[in-house]
Unconditional design. Sequence first.
Length: 246
Amino acid sequence: MRVAVAGGTGTLGSRVAEELHSRGHEVRVLGRTSKDFPVDLTTGEGLARALEGCEVVVDASNSQKNPAEVMAEGSLRLLEAEDAAGVGHHVCVSIVGCDRVSNVYNRAKVEQEGIVADGPVPWTVVRATQFHDLLAGLLDAAGRWRVVPVPRVRLQTVACADVARAVADVAEGPPLKGRLVVAGPEITDARAALRTWRSVTGRRALRIPIPVPGRTGRALRGGVLTEERPDVVGETTFQEWLEARR
């Protein structure tokens, strides 16, 4: 099967491409810096050539600077090109809780999901909880100053490799025309995650409680970033992931 992975040079996209390749599929890595299939979702440049003969497209594109332009408007261009190329399954990677915590990035993800659901290509949305990589990166960065601001938030972080396997499974199957949720193996909170990080890394950092007011704070404390009954449960805990990267 020929599969195109948009955002295939990114954190998740590269893992998805590797996983699909290991299963014997022909994988095209799409992205601005891709060597063989450079594409620009903000203009549509390169998409027609990149999608020629593809049966499935996985959209793992991402942008912190211009999320609406890349992920929402980019999805319109991507789906249009897929329809013209005869692609039979569009797999969109999204985030657990994006529709319940309002910020610029999450609003773009919600808009992207709606565009996919209303688009011309049969689809599946894979929602995942936050990656271990993101949590560790935040703790590493703050830990350099030996002070870590910690809000009250419930977490269920997941290994990127676990999500990549789930996305690859979806890509190999028929379109669900709905969502599949992937979440980490344990629900914890930011304070416990900090304790785990300090224990494994041996680094010392003072915890500074940070209040998050209003609706967002209530949502984070209530577990908006978690899923008690996910469709797929990741195998690797945050502690195991930290220990493996040492």
